[in-house]
Design a protein around this ligand. Sequence first.
Ligand SMILES: [Mg+2]
Length: 206
Amino acid sequence: MSSSATVRPQAVVFDLGKVLLDFDYRIAARALAPQSRFDAEQFKRVLDQSPLLHRYESGGIGTADFFAEVCQLTGYHGSLADFRAAFGDIFAEIPAMVELHRQLRERGVPTFIFSNTNEIAVGHVRQRFPFFNGLTGYIFSHEVGCMKPGARIYAAIEEITGRTGAELLYLDDREENIAAGAAREWQTILHHDPAVTVPDVWRRLG
Ligand SMILES: [Mg+2]
């Protein structure tokens, strides 16, 4: 749509991982592996981008079943509390993007989190990163029961924002997720570098 870039966005929709927060499952794997029969590299493969994580983040299983399967697969024999702490502690703020979010809120722009995620990660991020509690709304894959780029989770954003098409400005680091937003005529930015993304957001907001 050639006209979409001229529409002023009414809400900014943020992917979380690699946009507002960096993450690294190697940190969790290194912490958890000593209490299992796996080394850190093997443990990471159980967690990161795995079919098991996919089932957890699409709401197919809850935390108790996810934990039970991790224990069964890896021989992990620590407590659920220890697992929670290690599995959640993989995030670090991306300062320039958190600052962009702060300035958007200061200007009264509604902001939303739109994330393929899970209950442990959300609980950890809420406690650890104050900015995360200051958004207008949240759409999480494990609550919707659908992961990006599935259509149903995009419809959930349109419902919670009350906006459609070019009124939404969506930032994500994954091409397939951005493509699904663009197909709904949302304004999109495939995020790689805050130095490129931040001025692009302000340009569109005018
Ligand atoms: Mg991401």
